[in-house]
Ligand binder design. Structure first.
Ligand code: PRX
Length: 639
């Protein structure tokens, strides 16, 4: 693959050297870029796999995001908000500061105390970051739920976190129609023992039912004081829980702390984006996912940056919406996903070419592997061959970027489709099943060999699962569940998930979670789910279901019912592309479903020799099952 050398002229060799010689001392130096109420006694307390960063230090995230800018940036726009329906709003650092303190006082008056959890279920409106920062101000732990999740998914998360207050909106706009968020919350909390109040933002002015628990945002804030001093919190104080899908049936609550997490974000934002006071930054991620938490809310605000926040769908009302926004706000840094780029690319070059995008100086990608063709299109058509592209690899659990080109730190040749190198202070390897480094250009498992400040504290309420999921495959190494390879120049190429987690349009969906939803339908006996490659979404979901013998429903009705069930239990993002009804599934002798075969068969790949299958599976049995599956798929396609 040809290299492209384009950078911003930075070449800070010393940072790399410092980090390599003593990563703990290095991160200690980075932490000093934040404002602390009191310094730490110990930089890192590493009791594998539990890391405590800056132990004894006192800090507050909302203070670092807002108060520190009041002296010289109070009138600077923090958020240039663009509503889906064409409305727009500017919130300065002062506006944010006032609103956050008012809401913090409201939360206190509702009995929310340090350590309590608050669930936030809001669309992409300024009240969302305001709510997160108000929680952070008083030491409440926020748990934001993506506004596309269903009532049942929200219920599980609220029950698990035992949230005291929920913040939501009457409705949210999506592609011109209104989604009744308040109704979804009413359903989710109808049996909740923990939720005492629901605060409702009036976004769409939809008619809603208000119960004695429910309070309107505006009425509460109008009467609240705008002075609320920040709590002086321990560096390890839990800032947020963010639920994410894994290999187990239920989503896991990833728990992040404060001082380490903010240090990681402050540093990576500076290194990756080379942020300047004059920049207009735009990250298209929804705040309901980790990219939105880290690189829409916390990192830009820590730096006093100005950013665009967009409420709606990227192609609404038409395919020019994104480029229109870049043009209108003279965006200088654009951070988006390969799925969005693939969609834009499909609409053709004429649309972006008809806008003045000359303000752009840096482009980023996140969430899934970016294919080289898309990288090149992004580079040529959007960046006009003058903007470096950073392909940033990280996870909900890592808190911030771990692999990326860092133009704010150094200029290195870029290779389309490679994440390049780890951030300073991080030791990353690609290993085989036994944990041995594989040779150059060989696919293996990505592992991280030392702690970093943004890493999760644990899984909410489940230290054992935290250890089992991430730290048990390889001794004293963090296992993220990704395939990767290192080429002969030492560049890392991320090659997708190695576990039973799917990535659909960049969203993480656990196969186990989906399967358990499907088998809870009374007519389904067994189910297996796999992902197959898709030109637009990266991957799409294929469901195989074995029906109970006494089923009387016809296949079409069942298919409809299953889709409705998936949408109700999980959310629209988990809607499968195809559902195949079969009589058996290919399994190993020990009963493990062979998803690899399902994946191959549904993507029309050759399966090859099955006699060497793992775990001594019954070969003839599998062959006959596969034959049957092929027939079902063929029948389905003729349907
Ligand atoms: O498989 C990797 C993929 O997304 C997973 C993490 O998903 P999530 O926790 O939802 O966070 C996404 C946003 C940070 C990873 O295990 N992934 C993320 N970024 C990349 C990626 N795969 C390839 N290249 C990337 N840049």
């Amino acid at each position: 693959m040809s290299e492209i050398t384009i950078g911003l002229g930075n070449n800070d060799v010393k940072t790399r050297l410092d980090a390599d010689s003593n990563f703990i001392g290095f991160w200690e130096k980075q932490a000093k870029n934040l404002s602390w109420f009191s310094s730490w006694e110990k930089t890192l307390d590493w009791n594998p796999p539990f890391a405590k960063w800056f132990v004894g230090g006192k800090i507050n995230a909302s203070y670092n995001a807002l108060d520190i800018h009041q002296k010289d940036k109070s009138d600077k726009p923090a958020i240039l908000w663009e509503g889906e329906n064409g409305e727009s709003k500017i919130l300065t650092y002062k506006d944010m500061w006032v609103q956050v303190q008012k809401l913090a006082n409201v939360l206190k008056s509702l009995g929310v105390q340090k350590g309590d959890r608050v669930t936030i279920y809001l669309p992409m409106i300024p009240e969302l970051p305001i709510s997160m920062l108000a929680c952070a101000r008083i030491g409440a732990t926020h748990t934001v739920i993506f506004s596309g999740f269903s009532a049942s998914a929200i219920k599980d998360r609220i029950d698990d976190s035992k949230s005291k207050v929920v913040i939501t909106a009457d409705g949210g706009y999506r592609r011109g129609s209104v989604i009744s968020l308040k109704e979804i919350i009413d359903e989710a909390i109808k049996d909740s023992k923990s939720v005492k109040n629901v605060i409702v933002v009036e976004r769409t002015k939809t008619k809603i039912k208000m119960s004695s628990k429910d309070l309107f945002w505006n009425a509460l804030l109008d009467n609240a004081s705008d002075i609320c001093p920040p709590e002086k919190l321990d560096s390890t104080h839990p800032l947020f829980i963010l639920y994410t899908s894994g290999t187990t049936g239920k989503p896991k609550g990833v728990l992040h702390g404060t001082g380490g997490y903010l240090t990681h974000l402050h540093s990576t934002f500076k290194w990756a984006f080379d942020i300047k006071d004059s920049d207009v930054y735009f990250c298209t991620a929804d705040i309901g996912w980790v990219t939105g938490h880290s690189y829409v809310v916390y990192a830009p605000l820590l730096h006093g940056a100005t950013q665009v926040m967009y409420e709606g769908a990227p192609d609404f009302p038409d395919a020019s919406r994104m480029w229109n926004i870049l043009h209108k706000y003279k965006v200088t840094i654009f951070y988006t996903t390969p799925t969005a780029l693939r969609m834009f690319m499909r609409f053709g070059d004429d649309i972006p070419n008809s806008f003045d995008l000359s303000s752009l100086r840096l482009l980023g990608s996140v969430g899934e592997p970016i294919n080289p063709e898309v990288w090149k299109w992004y580079f040529k058509i959007i960046g006009k061959e003058k903007c470096p592209i950073i392909d940033t690899w990280w996870q909900t659990e890592t808190g911030g970027m771990l692999i990326s080109a860092l133009p704010g730190l150094e200029t290195i040749p870029l290779k389309p489709g490679s994440g390049t190198r780890p951030i300073p202070g991080l030791q990353i390897s690609v290993v085989d099943d036994d944990g041995k480094d594989v040779s150059a250009n060989t696919k293996g498992y990505l592992v991280i060999k030392n702690p970093w400040p943004g890493m999760l504290l644990t899984l909410w309420g489940d230290d054992k699962k935290y250890r089992d999921v991430y730290w048990s495959k390889y001794k004293d190494c963090y296992y993220p569940g990704d395939y990767a390879l290192k080429d002969s120049d030492g560049y890392l190429w991320l090659l997708g998930r190695a576990d039973d987690v799917l990535k659909v349009a960049g969203h993480r969906i656990g196969t186990a979670e989906l399967e358990s939803c499907i088998v809870s339908h009374p007519d389904v006996a067994e189910s297996a789910v796999c992902g197959i490659p898709d030109q637009l979404k990266g991957e799409v979901i294929i469901v195989f279901a074995v029906l109970k013998q006494n089923t009387t429903l016809d296949v079409k009705t069942l298919e409809k019912e299953l889709i409705t069930k998936i949408r109700n239990d999980i959310g629209a993002i988990a809607t499968p592309k195809e559902i195949y009804f079969v009589t058996k599934l290919p399994k190993t002798r020990s009963g493990k479903i062979m998803r690899r075969l399902l994946k191959a068969i549904s993507s029309n790949e050759t399966i090859g020799d099955v006699s060497t299958l793992e775990d001594g599976a019954a070969v003839s049995e599998i062959q006959s099952t596969l034959e049957e599956l092929k027939k079902s798929i063929k029948l389905r396609s003729e349907f």
